[in-house]
Design a protein around this ligand. Structure first.
Ligand code: ATP
Ligand code: MG
Length: 642
């Protein structure tokens, strides 16, 4: 741990607690609800409470369980505790995320049943299992496209978190066609997993819940061990987690739950703020403590968050005022497009670093992953250390991007077999013709790309496309990479292919392809020659593989708003405050259909984002994004109280 951080921390915990915070620390017995706005010291109270129980009340640390929501928050909590308690005092304390704690218990209690190697960590692993196990053949109605399967899997995951098992669902009317597909897939997915003894994250929660519910010996053991239970970010708890928590907490119910319903942002995973709002109904003896001072942010930042969130209807109104008297400035800026937005942010970061700011006190936050690429690339070029943990597929490996890059590569080297394989579908040539191409090329002694028109039995639409393809090979080497991509898209008829694909596939998928190609164009504009652009792409792919910078030097944090929950930074840069990005297109669609839930969740996300900043907030509003004119996010007006 860098020395500076320890000093900062020591300094912070010297600040006296507010009387209400103090009261929360000392109310150790019975159920307790701390419901308060962002930055009001909820998490600080939670650690102070643990320290109080262990140091002042002599409680054995083994009988404390402290749950947080993200791995990052759990690390932060352990870090804060280590600042206050000795290793001996912390020994045996149960702390971590729900998933990590529940899984440890399962491994401990049922060692033979759970093999950590068989965890399906990502969606693509689930898809692979579905394909390889052969269960998809039994699906009725059949679903085959990757996008539809992913969507069905995410609905299944939400159901599991709500403890809706297949047998519960078959007697319940379903809302949409997507839910119908998900229900058809659900038992098959469970079967495929069980057969191979695979499991996913949701199974960890369900497994632990069922273990405690059905095994009285285990339940009694944990109930008598765990005497004090504290849960941070309680607004995002789901049903399975809540039911399990109640089992752990009984019979004493020294259960302290902490949260802010305005920061509930995981509804898509089955989280439900009703549990925090209804806590006093479930535990009628619960005390409620509210905290009304924000210690984190300057007054104007608190003000922006407060006026924004006031636009939500479904919420528990609270007071929140800033502790700080002195104010700083916040900035809205209007770059031409996403590339310029990235350059301006990196210029500002460079400037601040030169004036003594610490890189790890700066965060760049985004709503969706496609916002991240330009800033990550500019940071990399400027040699500024940054940490970016994207779980998405690297940009330059996405399908539509590979088409664009494939043409560029072939123009440079018509014998590039990988590139040719990438673009074959866009020429309406089936993979089965691939071998024919290879042997023909060898026979005729010409580069792979040039042999395509000689293939036997070509249909007229294939011939048209191939003519355009040969034009690409001729023209593109003379152009800049941006001109080349334009040529490929228009004259090379890639646009026609993307559009045709439109009709067969869901609307969204083709829009995504067009956006990806537009982004590729944006990235290409920064390079003079195709060679330098392709070289840059290779470097970026290698960087992605190595997982950005892993070393301990302080680094700028690039992350999604979802992951930033509970964290704080001196300076926060918010990307793409335009309609369709934040709020997300999905929420706008829902709103058009008269449903407000999604837009309110987007507003809560925006609220979480704003309230991460201590001193300074920069909000980017690009005039164009992915080559299209944008509209300023409605949240900007709402923040300004217009
Ligand atoms: P969030 O809702 O974002 O999770 P929170 O309510 O958990 O926020 P904390 O992270 O605990 O808030 O605290 C916000 C900041 O305020 C931290 O830097 C913390 O050290 C500081 N802080 C908390 N209480 C006090 C206090 N009484 N005096 C001075 N600083 C405080
Ligand atoms: Mg917190």
């Amino acid at each position: 741990v860098p020395r500076k951080m320890i000093q900062q921390l020591a300094h912070k915990s010297e600040e006296p607690l507010h009387p209400e915070q103090e009261r929360a620390v000392h109310s150790t017995e019975g159920p307790l609800l701390i419901l308060a706005g962002a930055g009001s010291g909820k998490t600080r109270v939670m650690t102070a409470r643990a320290a109080h129980l262990i140091q002042e009340k002599g409680v054995d640390s083994r009988s404390l369980m402290m749950v947080t929501f993200t791995t990052k928050a759990a690390e932060e909590m352990k870090h804060r505790l280590r600042g206050q308690l000795s290793p001996a005092q912390l020994n045996g304390l149960i702390t971590g995320t729900f998933h990590s704690i529940f899984f440890k218990i399962l491994l401990h209690e049922r060692p033979g049943e759970w093999d950590p190697q068989r965890l399906l960590k990502q969606d693509w692993l689930k898809l692979k299992l579905l394909r390889e196990s052969g269960v998809l053949a039994q699906m009725d109605p059949p679903v085959t496209s990757e996008a539809e399967l992913s969507q069905a899997l995410s609905i299944i995951s939400r159901w599991k978190n709500e403890y809706l098992l297949p047998e519960h669902l078959s007697i319940r009317p379903l809302d949409t066609a997507e839910e119908q597909s998900a229900l058809a897939l659900y038992p098959l997915y469970e079967e495929a997993k069980q057969r191979g003894r695979w499991f996913d994250f949701d199974d960890m929660l369900i497994g632990c819940y069922q273990l405690l519910r059905t095994d009285e010996t285990v339940r009694n053991r944990y109930q008598s061990r765990i005497r004090y239970l504290m849960i941070d970010e309680f607004q995002d708890i789901n049903r399975v987690q809540y039911e399990t928590v109640k089992l752990f907490a009984a019979p004493e119910n020294n259960l302290c739950v902490i949260g802010d319903d305005d920061q509930s942002i995981y509804a898509f995973r089955g989280s439900n703020p009703q549990y925090i709002l209804g806590f006093s109904n479930d535990f009628p003896t619960a005390q409620t403590i509210t905290l009304e001072v924000n210690y984190r942010s300057r007054p104007s930042i608190v003000g922006l968050g407060y006026s924004l969130i006031g636009n939500n209807q479904a919420r528990h109104a609270k007071k929140l005022k800033s502790f700080h008297g002195e104010d700083g400035e916040n900035y809205l800026f209007y770059p031409d497009d996403e590339e310029e937005q990235a350059s301006r942010i990196v210029d500002e970061i460079t400037h601040q670093l030169a004036h003594g700011a610490s890189a790890d006190q700066m965060a760049i936050l985004f709503r969706t992953h496609e916002s991240a690429r330009p800033v990550v690339e500019r940071l990399w070029e400027a040699k500024i250390p940054f940490a970016f943990t994207g779980e998405e597929e690297p940009f330059y490996r996405k399908q539509a991007v590979r088409w664009g890059l494939g043409y560029l590569r072939l123009a440079k080297n018509p014998d590039d077999a990988d590139a040719l394989r990438d673009v074959l579908p866009t020429l309406y040539i089936a993979q089965s013709q691939w071998n024919a191409i290879r042997s023909q090329a060898i026979l005729d002694d010409v580069p792979l790309a040039h042999v395509l028109p000689r293939l036997p039995g070509l249909k007229s639409f294939q011939k048209t496309q191939l003519k355009a393809f040969l034009a690409i090979l001729d023209e593109v080497p003379k152009l800049t990479p941006a001109q080349a991509l334009e040529f490929i898209y228009e004259d090379g008829k890639l646009r026609d292919y993307v559009k045709k694909k439109n009709k067969e596939r869901p609307e969204q998928e083709s829009q995504a392809a067009t956006d990806d190609l537009q982004q590729l164009y944006g990235a290409a504009k920064r390079h003079e020659t195709i060679d330098s652009f392709l070289h840059f792409v290779t470097q970026q792919l290698n960087r992605d593989r190595s997982g950005a910078r892993q070393n301990a030097e302080p680094s700028v944090q690039v992350m999604s708003i979802h992951r930033a929950k509970g964290l704080e930074f001196d300076t926060v840069f918010l990307l793409d405050l335009v309609e369709g990005s934040l709020p997300h297109e999905y929420a706008l669609d829902e709103l058009r259909r008269g449903k407000r839930d999604a837009i309110e969740e987007e507003r809560r996300l925006m609220y979480v984002a704003i309230t991460r900043a201590r001193h300074q907030l920069f909000v980017g509003i690009p005039q164009e994004r992915f080559g299209r004119k944008t509209r300023v996010s409605r949240f900007i007006k709402e923040m300004a109280g217009l």
